[in-house]
Design a binder for this molecule. Structure first.
Ligand SMILES: *Cc1c(COP(=O)(O)O)cnc(C)c1O
Length: 397
């Protein structure tokens, strides 16, 4: 019997990993039998493979992506390249982890509005926001698209600023072979299960060609120690499990293939979705520069569109419904309260995106038939009434 209304899940993680069921089982058995569960050769082998994949000298596994970002900033503090209170520029429409890493490191957060078409910050926007106190630019390759990376790299070099890439959504994205993670002074990745390269639990990594930085990150993530029971630094415990490293070794060789599949779906969406009530994301100038972790369209009728798609059996997501500067946690931050400059609190593009953004399903296991179902459903959407006003609710009561 043919299902006339099959569902399209947002991301079928079970199906993603079922493709490698046997290899994952074998990896698990190998680790269980090894008697070595945190760090060790499984981890160092994956670190080498991932550094090589990204085109950087070194990689160090961490407990998750947030820790990877935080440890980079703390290592720069330990190196004396940053001082407490230095300012870090971060896009306001990112996932909150980008900002939390700055705050957790005792640095000053300055949120920027992104470019409304790429959803990423540009070198020009960074240039306009620079002050004497700005020491770091955190570029987030949001939704899988490399930010304005060549121009940002040039700007940071010219101004003596540190460039950190939050590459948690962009594993494998590249311009002429130069991959996400190899542009900045250091980059952070997440291997959260739903990312383009996902583990079966939490995991993350720092990549860089600065071996002193990598050494410090490793030390800081291991209780501030590089010799057992000797602790020159105030560290934390944030390391990659052997089990997760073994799983990641299974998935890494398929990352490019998985990304190509996502790119194909995105191309189908971009070419075949035609609806005047829906704005499609702009295609990357180079197709390889976008690995489509998320396919984000915008619509002034977002809520109705989402309901329409749900009725058609299509799951969607919103990334993200509340920009960072409207999160309750940040409304009480002294830095945002005491210096309510225009760029800190009035971020109209981030607010509009939070109100209008809708993510369509996209994954390495999505079939052509499912993609066609999504396209047909979006094309058949016809709103009733006037659009909702574009302001997201503030998190503040
Ligand atoms: C997922 C994500 C993170 C955090 O990674 P975790 O492993 O979940 O801690 C950071 N930044 C961005 C942009 C992310 O999407």
């Amino acid at each position: 019997m043919r299902d006339t209304n099959p569902t399209v899940p947002f991301m079928d993680l079970n199906a993603v990993n079922a493709r490698h069921g046997q290899a994952l089982q074998q990896a698990a058995n190998r680790v269980i039998g090894s008697g070595w569960y945190v760090g060790g050769t499984e981890v160092s082998e994956f670190e080498q493979a991932f550094a090589h994949y990204c085109g950087v000298q070194q990689c160090v596994g961490t407990g998750n992506g947030l820790d990877a970002l935080t440890l980079i900033l703390k290592a720069w503090l330990a190196q004396g390249r940053l001082q407490l209170g230095d300012e870090v520029l971060v896009p306001a429409n990112s996932f909150i982890a980008s900002a939390l890493a700055v705050t957790a490191s005792g640095l000053n957060l300055k949120l920027l509005d992104p470019n409304p078409h790429s959803f990423n910050i540009t070198a020009q926007q960074v240039e306009n926001a620079l002050t004497q106190r700005t020491k770091v630019v955190m570029t987030v390759h949001l939704y899988g698209q490399l930010a304005d990376i060549q121009a940002l790299q040039q700007l940071c070099q010219a101004r003596g600023l540190l460039l950190i890439e939050d590459a948690a959504q962009a594993h494998g994205a590249h311009i002429n072979g130069q991959r996400a993670g190899s542009w900045g002074d250091a980059a952070a990745f997440s291997f959260y299960p739903a990312k383009n390269l996902g583990a079966l639990g939490d995991g993350g990594a720092v990549v860089s060609s600065d071996s002193n930085l990598i050494h410090l990150v490793r030390q800081l993530g291991n209780y501030g120690s590089d010799e057992k029971y000797h602790h020159p630094l105030l560290g934390v415990n944030s390391r990659l499990d052997a089990l997760q490293a073994a799983f990641l070794q299974v998935r890494l060789p398929y990352l490019d293939q998985d990304n190509s599949h996502r790119q194909q779906i995105a191309q189908d969406y971009l070419q075949q979705i035609h609806n005047p009530h829906v704005q499609l994301p702009t295609a990357a100038t180079q197709p390889t520069a976008h690995v489509w972790h998320i396919f984000a369209l915008t619509s002034r009728y977002r809520q109705q569109l989402q309901q329409h798609l749900t009725q058609q059996g299509i799951a969607t997501g919103i990334h993200y419904p509340l920009p960072i500067h409207r999160q309750v946690a940040y409304l009480t931050q002294a830095d945002l309260k005491q210096a309510p400059t225009a760029t800190n609190l009035v971020l109209p593009i981030s607010e509009r995106l939070a109100a209008e953004q809708l993510s369509l399903p996209i994954s390495p296991v999505q079939s052509d038939q499912q993609t066609q179902q999504v396209i047909a459903a979006v094309n058949s959407f016809c709103p009733v009434g006037k659009p909702k006003s574009g302001k997201p609710k503030s998190g503040k009561p």
